[in-house]
Design a protein around this ligand. Structure first.
Ligand code: F6R
Length: 607
């Protein structure tokens, strides 16, 4: 996690760095700092807290004046959030910002301490700064190479050397880093939105590539210091995508962007009414080969995989195992040739998902990545790739990235079922058509459920704990609803398979405790209603999210939220909307920082 930026050009560097960092705050926001060449010296200002706290400090201390420097926004891993542990970190002649984790930092620290190097922070990053300084021989590139040879772990580093004015150096291993290219100005950043205000052109640094940025140019070297030519890429996002565009929060903006995101993701993959993923490396013939599928992901992305599991198993009759990436990688999974491992990831950089994918490849499975961030590590290393086109998702709580992942899982499931012969062409076309109609229905669902979810959220803000229940696809969806609510409202919440509740968890139901039940599947409806009655009989306040036309009586539900109808299998796409809105409004009503919930960061590049 953490966001890093760097700038060399003609503008006020402090201003550029702070503006660029504001677009990366989703990556971490417990402290921030910048270092700028100011009157020939590297000067640093850093502060615990949000970027706004850094700006206040800069106002108080007087802004750093200069046209080159580096900046950082932190999600603490080593050492508590504090001024002392904030980046940039310095040795005598070098200052750095870092995203990633240095796994062998203790060893290096002890070695340097034996050579009288003093440390002032608890971070792994300071160790890199001091090692660079220790190795420094007047040649920045040779110093960087000598230093990174000793590092284990992941890093994207922005580096400035006191002797090399107005030059920014950068190198990455595992952690993402791009080099933005402008006219008489150049940038480094952890992610594209940071540079969009200034340029859309960028290079994607690969592992162990080193970039040297001056005002007039960018040079890129491999680890042997051979100069390399790279393809200049152009971002297809515009500035508006990274702005709130009149909405109060990114989260609500992104909730409203879902119809467009799904359309943009799905429509180009439909040919003659059937899913067509050939451009992603997936053909009917390849699909026929797979005997078993694993879906490996974390958090919300894993929940999208759960919807995929229920859909694939019921339509294509292929067994699907959904795994949490951090478990999969260490549990000696029974994966091998003939298996397909699907990795779902918005950022494409989640450390556990990336490691799980590498393991699956090593074990002989074919890997398919479903990824939103273009050019990310998971996207580049997978055998097959389906990009979701959600655009940048800035709010930490994922919404549009989730629904596009679910939409892609549907498309994939329909094609797989068709390939396996478990559905015929007409049925495949019917389902595909209904999927492509969902954006319009989601728009309706947004309008229809706004008021009631706002109202329901007022009933939740005072509670300490609540429960989500559902069966089948509704259970898969309720997992996501529960995660969304807890991460931004800070209310404890659990999701449970409705039929499983009575095997222990029902003892948690107390008078007035809210239970949100999802009941969109006709064949499970009566069963879910019975489970709702069980909790109601024990005092629960029940909120039922169901399909239009379902008969839910007042003795079952205290509040009913209905969503428009489509095919049963697609209902999670529609029922996700009130779930997201309930979480959003509850967080707003509690006065929380909706887009930047405590303790979290968007891109989890540590284990
Ligand atoms: C929750 C959320 C997380 C992510 C998880 C995986 O709203 O966003 O649970 O889904 O950290 O991230 P990606 O999809 O980037 O691999």
């Amino acid at each position: 996690m953490c966001g890093i930026v760097g700038y060399v050009g003609y503008r006020d560097c402090s201003d550029v760095l702070v503006k660029a960092l504001s677009k990366l705050e989703y990556r971490g926001y417990d402290s921030a700092g910048i270092a700028v060449f100011d009157e020939g010296k590297i000067k640093v200002v850093k502060s615990k807290g949000r970027l706004a706290d850094l700006e206040k400090k800069m106002l108080k201390q007087g802004a750093l004046k200069g046209t080159a420097g580096i900046g950082h926004t932190r999600w603490a891993t080593h050492g508590e959030p504090s001024d002392r542990n904030s980046h940039p970190h310095s040795g005598a002649r070098v200052t750095i910002v870092h995203n990633g984790i240095i796994e062998n930092y203790r060893e290096i620290k002890e070695y340097l301490q034996r050579h009288d190097v003093k440390f002032i922070s608890d971070t792994d990053t300071e160790v890199v700064a001091q090692l660079l300084d220790y190795n420094y021989n007047g040649d920045p590139l040779a110093t960087i190479v000598k230093t990174v040879e000793k590092l284990e772990g992941s890093f994207a580093l922005g580096i400035v050397f006191a002797d090399f004015q107005d030059t920014v150096y950068a190198i990455r291993r595992e952690s993402p880093l791009i080099v933005g290219v402008g006219k008489d100005e150049n940038f480094i950043a952890s992610d594209v939105p940071a540079i969009l205000k200034y340029t859309k052109d960028y290079y994607l640094l690969e592992h162990d590539e080193i970039a040297v940025l001056s005002k007039t140019g960018v040079e890129i070297f491999d680890i042997n210091l051979e100069k390399i030519e790279k393809e200049l890429k152009t971002a297809d996002w515009d500035m508006d995508a990274a702005e709130k565009g009149g909405y109060e929060h990114f989260m609500i903006k992104e909730i409203h962007e879902q119809p467009t995101a799904i359309k943009t993701t799905i429509n180009p993959r439909i040919q003659n009414g059937l899913p067509d993923l050939t451009e992603c490396g997936i053909t009917i013939d390849t699909l026929r080969e797979f005997k078993q599928i694993f879906v490996v992901a974390c958090g919300t992305a894993m929940h999208a995989g759960m919807v995929g599991k229920y859909t694939i198993e019921s339509l294509a009759r292929v067994p699907v195992i959904v795994d949490i990436a951090s478990e999969f990688r260490y549990r000696q999974p029974l994966v091998g040739e003939g298996d397909l491992v699907i990795i779902i990831s918005q950022s494409g950089e989640t450390a556990d998902s990336l490691a799980a994918m590498r393991l699956a490849k090593k074990l002989g499975a074919k890997t398919l990545a479903i990824v939103n961030a273009k050019g990310s590590s998971i996207a580049r290393e997978a055998d097959m790739l389906i990009y979701t086109h959600a655009g940048p998702e800035i709010a930490v709580a994922s919404t549009k990235a989730y629904t596009v992942q679910v939409a892609v899982m549907y498309l994939f499931a329909f094609l797989l079922a068709f390939a396996k012969g478990t559905i015929d062409e007409d049925e495949c076309k019917r389902l595909t058509k209904l999927l492509s109609d969902t954006p319009k229905i989601i728009e309706k669902s947004l309008d229809k459920t706004k008021k009631i979810t706002q109202f329901v959220s007022t009933k939740l803000i005072a509670c300490d704990s609540l429960m989500y229940i559902g069966r089948g696809l509704d259970y898969a969806l309720s997992m996501e609803g529960s995660l969304k609510l807890k991460e931004i409202s800070y209310i404890h919440s659990e999701s449970y398979a409705a039929g499983e509740l009575k095997h222990g968890t029902i003892s948690l139901i107390t008078d007035g405790m809210p239970v949100i039940a999802v009941a969109t599947q006709p064949h499970l409806f009566e069963k879910t209603i019975s489970n709702i009655k069980e909790v109601k009989a024990r005092g629960a306040k029940t909120i039922v999210i169901c399909t239009d036309g379902f008969n839910v009586t007042d003795d079952v539900a205290d509040y009913i939220i209905t969503v428009p109808k489509t095919d049963d299998i697609l209902m999670p796409l529609l029922a996700a909307i009130p779930m997201q809105l309930i979480a959003y409004y509850t967080s707003v009503n509690k006065g929380n920082d909706v887009d930047k919930p405590r303790n979290l960061a968007k891109s989890v590049t540590v284990e």
